[in-house]
Design a protein around this ligand. Sequence first.
Ligand code: GAL
Length: 719
Amino acid sequence: MTHPVTPTLDDLAAVGAAPAVIEAAPRKRRDGAHRVAQRLDAIAYGGDYNPEQWPEAVWHDDVRLMRAAGVNLVTVGVFAWANLQPSPGAWDFGWLDRVLDLLAEHGVAVDLATATASPPPWLARRHPETLPVTAEGTTLWPGGRQHFCPSSAAFREAATTVAHAVADRYADHPALALWHVGNEYGCHVNVCWCDRCAAAFRHWLAQRYGDLDALNAAWGTDFWSQRYHAWEEILPPRTVPAIPNPSQQLDYRRFASDALLACYLAEREILDAVSPAVPVTTNAHPHLEAQDWWRWAPHVDVVSYDSYPDPADPEAHRAAGVSADLMRGLAGEAPWLLLEQAPSAVNWRACNMMKPPGTMRRWSLQAVARGADAVMFFQWRASKAGAEKFHSAMVGHAGTEGSRTWDEVAALGAQLPSLAEVAGSQVAADVAIVCDWSSWWALEQPSHPTALRWGDQLAWLRRPLDDAGLTSRFVAPGHALDVVALLVVPNLYLCDEATARWLTDFVTAGGVLVVGFFSGVVDATDHVHLGGYPAPLRTVLGVRVPEVDPLPEGVTVAVRGPGEHRGHATMWREPIELAGAEPLVTHEDGWLRGRPAATRCRHGEGVAYYLGARLDAATTATLLAEAASEAGCVPPLDAPAQVEVVRRRDDHGRSWLFALNHSEEPVTLTVPTDCRALLGDAPTGGTLHLPAGEVAVLREGSGEGDEDHAGGDTAATKG
Ligand code: GAL
């Protein structure tokens, strides 16, 4: 069949591409947040600091104000490459020496960037091949930022050179607390389509599949005359006349994520060699779909994240909560760092609202509630020039005088020290949500029964959990589930046999599983599991789905159940055949009248729910409440839906309750009588009054034995 002209891997690498093969060892310890918190003896507080944009006289004002605002950590040098290395052989570190010395003198620690996020203009002039190219073939030029191709050997060489120079110079600097590699890899350019990437892709594919026969089989290339007979014929899925091959597209997403990860790893290796004791991070960005973060996370000492909820959206805290939980999941439930957020408005939405009074504080504390041990901003001082001059900053254009943003920043900086004892603790969450990037990417490809978005499916099943006050964590397929009682799968379109076994084992071990529709449809190569959906999950769910019938926008169909509850479905329905499951919700309309829309299948103590329609919020909430009660999940406190309550606890038996009132009404909560307030009004006799928009942080229990733990004696005195 094939007559492969199979080049060796070395041949493929020899075309000049930097192979995207992940060889670096995963981190043994993910205690970077702990190491930073220990060093600071506090929750980290500060922001991106870009002193290169300011005359030196301003720096002295900066450090004075940093102290006034309670800042203990700043991120320096993220976009400083062109200033540090004016030309290939020339270095100018003097200014950065002085900045770091000044910060150290004033007790401000540094998250020091390797400065590789935005290459200097000279690199593109000398090596135009370092520039990324779009699927249509357009080159992305310098003048913005992140204009590098991850497969460019020249970029890799230049980036590792500057990273090495920075590492060598500052490894022993007293201000250094954390290394910051790159910045938001993949935020603007997460996929490049150039010839170098094409060559690196072939190399990646050769590693994955071994030979062309296996690749042709995996990509289903007998469809539309796509069979490859030579590696050189294979290209990235660039703009094509018709729908591009889905398996090829999926592999390109995987490759692109690995290609950027290889850039990160090249720098990390240098930092490890030069300063093994200093933790290393790279900040994830809100376009979470861009990369397979499960593959990245094992390579950082601490997960860090940049969160930008929209102040115009009254429900924005929900998505922020999801991201926080996902970051904690990536960190293996260890603390993570909120490395950026806007002090108030951003500059990149169509209309950039300020955060209303109290919002920045509440969202900051939400991150801490959900496991963050740092509250950081972009940026310290608002730029005078450049694309981000209208982005809010801790110190705005007008200075501190009369600035509500500054007042709120300084007030939060004064309050965070009272939470020092919380740093290092974990979040209590017995609901787990399954997230898998390959499945996410495969789901969102074109030419499916209807356009489904993973984030939308997630929001559908996560909302009732939030409203019920249940805290979730995120897991990848295959993760250990010992502390998980309820496992929720919003969608797992791509589900291989091993994942199906993992889900099945969870149920047979007595767990409660909830699976959303259009799951278990394809294998890891995006080929359909035959014999009726959701093939590898049919037994555990006790259903068989011979075909699917999505609903056009605006069409609503009636459903009934559980019991006499009346509801409706939109977007999706399917003719479920029962194969061991019992119906919980049934269709009332059209050709599916009387057929199940949601089911439950029991396996001894274990239970598997299947939602075969996009059910309305109330019906979904009823089903999830039933699943949660079967799993024995209880919220930390009884609270209305707009009040978020999360518990953190440590290994010494201490625990803290965070209560965040996102509503515009005051609420009264019943809390354990032996709680003490670290933030907010003290509860009296088990009653906590929480004004609109306010936050309370309570230490639970009498606090006996606190003497054994650093920081544990602060609670009684801070209100
Ligand atoms: C982030 C980025 C920062 C800054 C910020 C503005 O994505 O890391 O450098 O651009 O956005 O909101």
